[in-house]
Design a protein around this ligand. Structure first.
Ligand SMILES: [Zn+2]
Length: 319
């Protein structure tokens, strides 16, 4: 009896140790290098609010690179009372994979996120996402290509000056392989470091997608106590494009405020994936790594949009 108790205790200790090791060690998202961004100045967003009523200098175009479908429970918190009352179920939700083109009159052509790569349409076995990961994401069954990043880039008269990522999840770097080598890539802080055992599968894909690209430049957010967001960076120094820190979905999740020629546009990234979620005040679901932080950022974005109704809002995965 005494022996059985000792063995049980030893087993318990072993399980606890394994859980600790798995939780603490894990594997990081990518081994691609990162560095502080040389572009952008941390600045309070309040500096630009007066200008939101005027058209800005940036031409903005949103491109639907592909249609897809993923589990609704990841996109919308189905346990939220409003979602329950609406009877939302845990099946697939149709979504899009976008990228946004930003043409600045003097700084050049930039994109927010990357859509999908040409190889995913033309030679799926050569795509950065392939094999079991592609099967798990049901790319073959559920994804319909419209405009891969590479075919779109080939039609542009100017070179791509940089990529602004909302975050480093796979569905936002599906087009990265089409980005020319050496192109600067920007993202929020801490995007490369979250550790998870799922990264055993995710990391090779992320590394392949980022191969040959410049190190990831991390926005220099300075925590703001009285600001609308956790931090804000004026990317070009002229108040035309802002990176806004909205952690929760991932540690460095970033929304972008673009003063476009047609008025201000807020690109939410996956701080809110769906139109239903935005319109019904229901935050994203299980795809969010830090749920309480995600809710906080979601509320800040909604409060900002409410206070500035002239701002057009674009969700991460739906029109
Ligand atoms: Zn996404």
């Amino acid at each position: 009896m005494k022996n059985a108790k000792r063995i049980a205790l030893a087993l318990l200790a072993l399980v606890a140790l394994c859980a600790t090791v798995l939780g603490v060690v894990g594997i990081e998202t990518t081994s691609h290098p990162h560095q502080p961004s040389a572009l952008g100045n941390p600045r309070p967003l309040t500096d630009v609010l007066a200008a939101l009523n005027e058209p800005g200098p940036v031409e903005l175009e949103t491109i639907t690179s592909a249609d897809w479908a993923v589990e609704r429970s990841g996109l919308i918190n189905l346990n939220h009372p409003t979602a329950k009352a609406a009877g939302l179920t845990a099946d697939d939700e149709p979504i899009h994979v976008f990228f946004h083109a930003l043409r600045h009159p003097t700084k050049g052509l930039f994109i927010v996120d990357t859509g999908v790569e040409t190889a995913l349409r033309d030679a799926p076995r050569k795509a950065a996402v392939r094999g079991i990961v592609a099967s798990a994401l049901k790319l073959e069954e559920n994804m319909k290509m419209h405009e891969p990043l590479g075919t779109w880039l080939a039609k542009q008269p100017q070179p791509l000056a940089g990529v602004f990522l909302t975050h480093l999840h796979m569905d936002h770097i599906l087009g990265m392989s089409d980005v020319p080598s050496g192109t600067p890539v920007y993202a929020g802080p801490g995007e490369t470091s979250p550790r998870s055992f799922l990264n055993v599968l995710v990391k090779p894909v992320t590394d392949r997608a980022l191969e040959g690209k410049a190190p990831i430049s991390e926005w220099d957010y300075r925590p703001e106590t009285r600001g609308d967001f956790e931090g804000a960076v004026d990317i070009f120094g002229d108040g035309s494009v802002w990176a806004l820190w909205v952690p929760g979905h991932t540690p460095g999740s970033t929304a972008y405020l673009v003063r476009s020629t047609k008025g201000p546009v807020l690109l939410l990234g996956d701080a809110c994936h769906t139109r239903w979620g935005w319109e019904h005040d229901v935050e994203p679901g299980t795809f969010t790594s830090d749920a309480p932080k995600g809710v906080e950022s979601f509320k800040k974005l909604r409060a900002f949009a409410h206070a500035h109704p002239q701002v057009v809002v674009r969700m991460g995965h739906q029109h």
